[in-house]
Design a protein around this ligand. Sequence first.
Ligand code: CA
Length: 227
Amino acid sequence: MRLLLVEDNHPLADVICRALQQSGYVIDWAQNAREADSWIAVQNYDVVLLDLGLPDTDGAEVLRRLRASGKHVPVLILSAREAVDERVRLLDLGADDYVVKPIALNELEARVRSLVRRSHGIADPVLIIGALHLDTVGHRALVGDRPLELSSRELAALEYLAVRARRIVTKEQLLQALYGWHDDVNSVNAVEKVISRLRTKLEGSEVIIRTVRGLGYSLGTDENQET
Ligand code: CA
C-alpha cells in the first residue's frame, strides 16, 4: 500500500514515516500543500494523511482540491485543532476520518488499516480467499493451517492483491504500491519477480495469481478463475 503523508513538522513526519514503513507501507512525504498536489497528481495512494496547518495553504484546501479533481482516495486528517465544528467541516469537505494530535502511532495505523478496508468494502481485518487467510493486523498469512513465510514486500503484494481479490491489478499499480522512490526500482521486472515468488509459495493451495495478458494480475481461487 502506498500512503501520502502531508505534514510540515519534520520530527513528527519522520516518526510517522518510520512507523508506517516498518509495517510494510510505502510512504511519500509532502512538506507543504504544493508538494502534496504534485504527489497526488502523479501517484495512486491508498490513504492520504493530511495535516491542516501547512506553511503555504491550509490542508483543508488540499482536501477540497483533491475531491474537486474527482479522486476518491481516503483522507485521514491529522490535526491539532480539536473543535467539533472544525471536524464537522472537514468531514463534510470529504475527509474520511480524523485524528487529533498528539498522535498515538498504533491508533494512526489502525485508522489507516480501517480506511483501506472501508475503501474496498471490506469489514473483516482478516481477508479470506479460498484457503488463504491474510491477517492485516497481525501481518501474517496462512494457507489452511500452514503459515506462509513471506518477506515484507511479498506480504504487501499479497495484501494489495487480496483487498482487490478477483479484480485486475496492473503491474504499474503494484510497482507504486510496493516501491518508493528511494528503492531505485523503475521496472516492472521487480514486480514480476515478487509475483513469481508468491506463486511458488501459494503452490498446492487453490489460491492462484492469474496473469491477465496485457493488463496485470488477479488473485482468486481455481474455481472463480475459470470463467
Ligand atoms: Ca502543521
